[in-house]
Design a protein. Structure first.
Length: 188
């Protein structure tokens, strides 16, 4: 049995300069609704791997579903918010102004350190990842090979849950678009 994670393709993100927190919150909302940048299609080897999977699952974010479509998936078995990326905290201060990339790094670090203002905590995200891992495990039992077209950090959290259940695979964070991580279950 295999569970394969593919990180979504590069979103066609809104272009902007430096933003305050309120502007960045709106930028994230636009990012979550964005289609992919079609000038950066999936590599052929990623398409080939996706085509070998019996079941395809996506988060409900547009970049996940659009990625599956660009991979040539004709039938997405499940589109579910349980597989969404971990949200970023939303601060109410309006200073300083930073680039979206700087906000992403800063807020993600703060989230890992425990700041969960207006979003789920790390503990809640890990519980969600355990539930998502159970769903993927059950799908793999029934279908042998499952593909999740998902997100960087949350895929990593699910991977940790799968490893705790006896799955073998990479525990690396999928930091590049279209990056693949595979987990295999070998019955004792």
């Amino acid at each position: 049995m295999k569970i394969i994670f593919i990180r979504h393709g590069k979103p066609d993100t809104p272009k902007s300069g430096k933003l305050n927190t309120h502007e960045f919150h709106r930028w994230i909302a636009a990012y979550n609704l964005a289609n992919l940048d079609t000038s950066q299609p999936p590599p052929e080897q990623v398409v080939a791997i996706a085509c070998q999977c019996n079941v395809v699952i996506c988060s409900d974010l547009r970049r996940s579903v659009h990625s599956a479509e660009l991979l040539g998936v004709r039938d997405i078995a499940r589109i579910d918010s349980i597989f969404r990326e971990v949200e970023l905290p939303y601060c109410t201060t309006s200073i300083p102004k930073l680039s979206p990339a700087s906000w992403l790094i800063l807020l993600r670090i703060l989230w890992f350190l425990g700041l969960a203002a207006n979003c789920e905590s790390k503990a809640t995200a890990m519980r969600r990842a355990a539930t998502a891992g159970d769903l993927l495990h059950d799908k793999a039992l029934a279908n042998n090979t499952v593909l999740l077209v998902g997100h960087s950090i949350f895929n990593n959290f699910i991977g940790k849950q799968l490893k705790a259940k006896g799955w073998q695979g990479s525990a690396s964070i999928l930091s590049k678009y279209w990056e693949i991580s595979e987990y295999e279950f070998i019955a004792p």
